[in-house]
Design a protein around this ligand. Sequence first.
Ligand SMILES: [Zn+2]
Length: 191
Amino acid sequence: MSNESIVRYRIDAEDNISFVGEGWSQFAEANDGAELVRPEILGQSLWNSITDPVTCHIYQKIVSRVRQGKLAKFTLRCDGPECRRLLEMKISAVSDGSVEFESRTMSVEDREPMALLSRKMPRSTELLRICAWCNRMDVGLGSNDWVEVEVATERLHLFELERLPQLTHGMCDDCLESMTDTMDELETDAR
Ligand SMILES: [Zn+2]
């Protein structure tokens, strides 16, 4: 994936994925969405591909504002095992109720490969929450202590484990707050 890549995809008026641009496969891969790489993704509801209910709800609200003529823009992390990646997401109305998602890579920073983010590692049945927006992980066991993957690996002594926990998407308090602000802004200038 090049550092300057732009990935576009669209949903139709019924929220079904109607178009995916070049680079979609890499994007889906990096987004922890191997199931999204298959071509039969076309025609499927976008909401089937978002596992965290809070994240799904926020995207649904954004899409409804965008259909009223707003442009949504925010940044999110989309890390791979060997890099931290910051994306800018733009969501805009196209025509006939279609909505376009455009993600542009803002920056990529290499790091030591993190096994926790690798698909190839064997997993236990334990679950570890990863924020779908900033990619930090909740090591607080319910008390909301979200840290970078390097810190999580250390804090949870994952080097010592034969099988790593499975990652499950969630949303941290900081991201919930900042996306709530983003949505409030979309709401405020609505005419
Ligand atoms: Zn977050």
